[in-house]
Structure formats: C-alpha cells, structure tokens
Design a protein around this ligand. Structure first.
Ligand code: IP8
Length: 262
C-alpha cells in the first residue's frame, strides 16, 4: 500500500483482450463491447466508485507477438517497438471511447509503469485515483538487458491491486465465468483442478483461462480480496451490487488464516 494509507476501496477491472478485440481477426477492435463497457464504467464512476482499469492484448498484442515469433523466432528491439506501438494503438482507441462517454481516463502504457516484468511503480495511479481520475494501463512488452519480456495484463491487475490495497478485482472475459464441461458456470472455484482449458480462440501468448485462475488462486491465498471472472453483463450486475460470474478463492486460505491466529 503506497504512502501507508488505503484509498476508498479501489476496484481493479481487467478488460480481457477477447472482449475488447475480435480475437480471431488481427488488429480488430470490438467497438460494441467497448461502448457497453464505457457506459457501465461511467455509471459506476459517477456513483463514486474508484476504478483502475487494465486491458489485455487481444488481437493486437497477441497477434503481433505470435506473428513475429513465428517469422523470426525471437523478438528484436524493432519488434518490441512495433508490439508496443500496436498496444498503444489499441489503448488509444479505448481511451477515446471512454473519454467520449465522460470517463476521465489517464492512460499509462504498461512499459512505462514496469521496466522489467515485476519491477513496477504505481505511484502515479494512486495520485490519479486520489484526484478523481480513472487510471488505465494494459498488458505490454518491455526490452531489457536479458531481451524482451511480455507483461500480462492479468499480472498487472494483481500487482496494482496489491500496491493500492484493492479489495475487488474483476476479470471481464468473453465467458460468463469459469465454465465446467457442461458449460455451466462454476460459482466458486477453489482449486485449479476444477478448470479445463477448452475453447481458446485465436492467439494467446500469455496463457488463457487456466493460467488466469491459477494466478487468482495464488493471489487470493494471501490477500483479503474478492476476485471474480465474469462477462460484461456480469460486470454490470456485480458493480450494481448483484451476484454474477465465478468467485476465485483458494481453498487453503481459511486454514492459513486460522493457523496464524493466536
Ligand atoms: O492479454 C498481453 O496482455 P494480456 C500483452 O493481458 C501482449 O495477456 C503484448 C501480448
């Protein structure tokens, strides 16, 4: 927690690449989804919620990285610059749509906040929140002395939540939650074995639903936080005080806490 004080319950919302872009179509934005999200986010921002936004790479970042690695094997400085540029292009389209709706978004490229994969500074996001702005960042790529590293938006969402003391993290995906083999939403995911990784469309260089749930379980095991995986409808419901999506909570969590209590 920055400055040793906690903000009024910031909520971190990760907008999945499969939601904001058309994953099967290279470099194609999903304008309808972005419009819907902008309305929901504006409503909740206006109601006084403090929001931090993170978005994914979808058919911009993932396409760029996959195409280049298939062609050349390894990404060089010019390729990293290109991927950063494509992500910035996607981010500015979303930023414009959100500002048009009345959301005071301030955009921070992921490669500006994090120099290596976990070496980040979120001080500016904190200041923005204090001043009533809505900071937004995104999954990105960085280049350092050991070559390139992809920074996933999911990781950013957890790192930011930890730094700002967020109590709620919502992952907006193209699915209404974590689904079982029958396609039903698993309301409470407490164990990675509940998750199968079926039906990933298009490229995903950072790893799909299973990886997301895995990271969420780990984060929940030592943070007091509500993590949900849901779709746009679910986001609207949950921000409005309703119930939706899958809650991800490590089954060991309670035991660990109980064990520590004296
Ligand atoms: O979609 C990945 O972000 P994610 C960003 O959140 C790039 O995993 C550059 C592929």
């Amino acid at each position: 927690v920055i400055h040793g004080k906690e903000l009024v319950e910031p909520i971190v919302i990760k907008l999945g690449g499969s939601v904001i872009t058309i994953k099967e179509k290279p470099y194609t934005v999903n304008h309808d989804a972005i419009k819907r999200l902008s309305k929901i986010i504006f409503t909740n921002y206006s109601a006084g919620k403090r929001l931090v936004l993170v978005h994914g790479g979808g058919s911009f970042g993932h396409t760029a990285v996959s195409e280049i690695s298939q062609r050349k094997g390894i990404l060089d400085v010019i390729d990293v610059a290109f991927v950063q540029y494509k992500m910035l292009e996607l981010a500015t389209i979303i930023t414009k749509a959100f500002i048009d709706e009345g959301i005071p978004v301030t955009l921070y490229p992921g490669h500006v906040l994090c120099r290596k994969s976990a070496d980040c500074n979120f001080e500016l996001l904190y200041e923005d929140l204090e001043n009533g702005l809505v900071p937004m960042t995104y999954g990105d790529i960085v280049y350092g002395d050991r070559g390139y590293a992809i920074i996933s938006g999911d990781d950013l969402a957890f790192w930011i939540s930890s730094a700002l003391g967020a109590r709620k993290i919502y992952f907006v995906t193209s699915k209404p939650g974590v689904l079982d083999k029958e396609g039903q939403i698993i309301r409470r995911v407490t164990n990675i074995d509940q998750v199968s990784d079926l039906g990933i469309k298009g490229y995903d260089v950072t790893g799909g639903m299973k990886k997301k749930v895995h990271a969420a379980l780990e984060y929940s095991s030592n943070h007091d936080v509500e993590i949900r995986i849901l779709d746009i409808d679910g986001l609207e419901k949950v921000l409005g005080g309703g119930e939706a999506g899958s809650i991800i909570v490590d089954s060991q969590k309670r035991l660990v806490n109980r064990g520590r209590r004296k």
